[in-house]
Design a binder for this molecule. Structure first.
Ligand SMILES: [Zn+2]
Ligand SMILES: [Zn+2]
Length: 241
C-alpha cells in the first residue's frame, strides 16, 4: 500500500467519513481508497496469457506470444493495450460512480489500480496523453475522468502529461450497444492531434477499453503527427457485446 499512501497525502484532513463508500458498513479510510477489505475482493484481475496487442485475456496457459482474432482483423493503430482489471464488480461500480456521480474520493484508488499496470509495457513512454472528451460532454460532466487519471499516472511515473495535444472533434453517442465494426466506423476521424509531435513513444490513458475502437482512433491521430508508437493503459477492460 506504499504507493497509495503517497497519493492520498493531499487528501488528509478532508472530511470524508471513515466508512467504506461501497457497502457503507465497514471501516475504510483514505489509505484504503475508501473501500473496505471485503469490497476490495470484488475485483476481477486480468492476467496473462493475453493477446499481445489488445491485452484480451485467453483461457489456459501458453508461453507463446499470441494475437487474438479481433486484432488480426482490425488493423488497430496502437501498439499494445493493457488493463489489469475486468470492468465488473467493484471496479465497474467505482468507475461509474466516479464518472457520473462525481464520487471523487475514489480517484486515488483508481490511480493506484492503474499503476499496477505500469510495468506491462516493455519500454517507458516519453509522455502521457489522456483520451479527450468531446468539449460539450466535458463541460456537462464537469471533468474528464481520463485526464484526471492520466495526471495521477504522469505524476507517479515522473513523466509529462500532454493533455492539449489531442482533441475530440466528433461527438459520438454511447457505443454500448454497437458491435465492434460499428464502433470502428463510428470512431473514424473522431480525434485530431493539433501539431507535429517530437515524441516517438506515447502512453494513452483512459478509464475503460472495450473493443479498442476509441484507442485506435486516438492512436491514428497521434501517428498522423509523427508519434511512432502508441501504447494504451486503461483501468479496466470491458467485454464487447
Ligand atoms: Zn465495503
Ligand atoms: Zn487482441
Amino acid at each position: 500500500m506504499k504507493k497509495i499512501l503517497n497519493l492520498i497525502e493531499p487528501l488528509r484532513g478532508l472530511a470524508f467519513p471513515e466508512l467504506c463508500q461501497v457497502c457503507g458498513e465497514s471501516w475504510a479510510g483514505a489509505a484504503d481508497g475508501f473501500a473496505c477489505r471485503k469490497c476490495r475482493t470484488q475485483v476481477f484481475k486480468t492476467s496473462p496469457p493475453w493477446c499481445e496487442q489488445c491485452g484480451l485475456p485467453f483461457d489456459g496457459t501458453t508461453e507463446e506470444s499470441i494475437t487474438c482474432k479481433n486484432c488480426n482483423e482490425a488493423d488497430w493503430q496502437f501498439t499494445r493495450a493493457r488493463s489489469m482489471m475486468s470492468a465488473r464488480g467493484l471496479v465497474r461500480e467505482v468507475i461509474h460512480r466516479y464518472k457520473y456521480n462525481r464520487h471523487e474520493f475514489f480517484e486515488c484508488l483508481m490511480i493506484h489500480w492503474l499503476l499496477d499496470c505500469e510495468n506491462l509495457f516493455p519500454e517507458l513512454p516519453e509522455c502521457i496523453i489522456p483520451v479527450p472528451l468531446y468539449p460539450v460532454k466535458e463541460r456537462d460532466r464537469g471533468f474528464n475522468q481520463a485526464e484526471r487519471l492520466a495526471a495521477g499516472v504522469a505524476k507517479h511515473m515522473d513523466l509529462p502529461m500532454e493533455s492539449g495535444r489531442l482533441h475530440r472533434v466528433k461527438h459520438t453517442e454511447t457505443q454500448t450497444n454497437l458491435s465492434r465494426k460499428e464502433r470502428m466506423v463510428n470512431m473514424h476521424g473522431a480525434f485530431e492531434a493539433s501539431k507535429q509531435m517530437s515524441f516517438a513513444r506515447v502512453l494513452l490513458v483512459d478509464d475503460v477499453m472495450t473493443t479498442g475502437a476509441t484507442a485506435s482512433a486516438c492512436a491514428a491521430a497521434l501517428r498522423g503527427v509523427g508519434v511512432q508508437n502508441v501504447d494504451v493503459l486503461t483501468l479496466a477492460r470491458g467485454m464487447p457485446v
